[in-house]
Design a protein around this ligand. Structure first.
Ligand code: NAG
Length: 309
């Protein structure tokens, strides 16, 4: 976070982070949506597809380009909501961690401190993420749910149709299926995400340079590394979450532990790693784009606010 200047009230700062986080979320989705769709299909129907290329090609053959971009509306909503809340809370969580460890300024926070602040921040962003990601996952695997006879919905259902069907059959609480799994993924995941990002930024730092002065390339690479750390650390948890959120369409699902043990017993541990490689590879450019958009928007808005106050 930039040092406080005259006129930058904490709430203005939070608003700047919120808008910058939203910009980062859009960049992340636009650059990675087809990969995300393949990930969810492979996680929820691991025996249906042979691998990343098989799944991508067959999706294209069966559903067209549209199939690869299925769920982009809720994906945009999910990522904008998540990153806006995540980055808006990140500043406050950094302050909290600073006080907890008795430091006088956020500039003294180590990589470990930032990782903790990110992790804490994700407790809040998960609540914005869970319902939007539920709709996204269900739309992405609609084709597979249809061909296996597990949903009455048409496979061309709109976002609004899916939202209405959740509300009608499961009520408002239905949108929070998989919240425990979301927390179990996000809290450790964002520890490694911000930790990886900060360690990587420190690594790229030249003598006498501050992190604020890092150029676009090292910034993008650090963001990509943060994203890869996220997926490498929590992928199996994400697989359980995707299953719960997609299959709960066909009826009530057990909780995280039940689903996790059930998959272990019936399919083995490796089933939880289906789709890992394309996800990690995709994380490099899309999280690079996320952090680049975030930092650029934040710097622009900060200088705008400084000039007008
Ligand atoms: C995908 O794999 C299935 C069998 O597992 C095969 O029948 C099909 O031809 C493959 N499709 C493509 C596009 O590779």
């Amino acid at each position: 976070m930039a040092p406080r200047r005259r006129g930058s009230h904490p709430l203005v700062q939070a608003l700047i982070h919120l808008l910058a986080g939203a910009a980062g979320g859009v960049a992340c989705v636009v650059s990675g949506q087809p990969f995300d769709t393949i990930k969810v299909k492979m996680q929820t129907f691991p025996t249906m597809y042979r691998g990343f290329f098989n799944c991508s090609l067959r999706t294209y053959q069966q559903e067209g380009l549209h199939g690869l971009y299925q769920g982009i509306t809720p994906a945009l909503l999910a990522n904008v909501a998540e990153n806006a809340v995540l980055f808006a809370c990140y500043g406050f969580c950094q302050q909290l961690v600073r006080q907890l460890f008795g430091l006088s300024s956020v500039l003294e926070l180590s990589e470990l401190h930032s990782a903790l602040a990110g992790s804490l921040s994700s407790v809040f962003s998960s609540m914005a993420l869970c319902p939007t990601e539920l709709v996204k996952c269900r739309m992405q695997a609609l084709y597979e749910m249809k061909v296996t006879g597990q949903t009455p919905l048409s496979r061309h259902s709109s976002t609004w149709t899916v939202v209405k069907s959740i509300f009608h059959s499961e009520g408002l609480l239905g949108f929070f299926q998989g919240l425990t799994s979301t927390w179990l993924r996000e809290v450790p995941g964002y520890f490694f995400f911000f930790g990886g990002y900060e360690v990587s930024r420190s690594f790229f730092l030249q003598a006498d340079q501050s992190k604020e002065e890092l150029g676009a390339l090292p910034l993008t690479m650090s963001g990509g590394i943060g994203g890869a750390c996220f997926w490498l650390s929590v992928y199996p948890i994400d697989s359980v979450k995707s299953r719960i959120q997609v299959l709960s369409m066909a009826g009530r699902q057990g909780g995280f532990l039940f689903s996790f043990l059930h998959i272990l017993r019936t399919e083995g541990f490796m089933a939880l790693y289906c789709g890992l490689m394309p996800t990690v590879i995709r994380a490099l450019p899309s999280n690079g784009a996320l952090f680049l958009s975030y930092e650029m928007t934040r710097k622009k808005l900060t200088s705008l606010v400084d000039r007008t106050t």
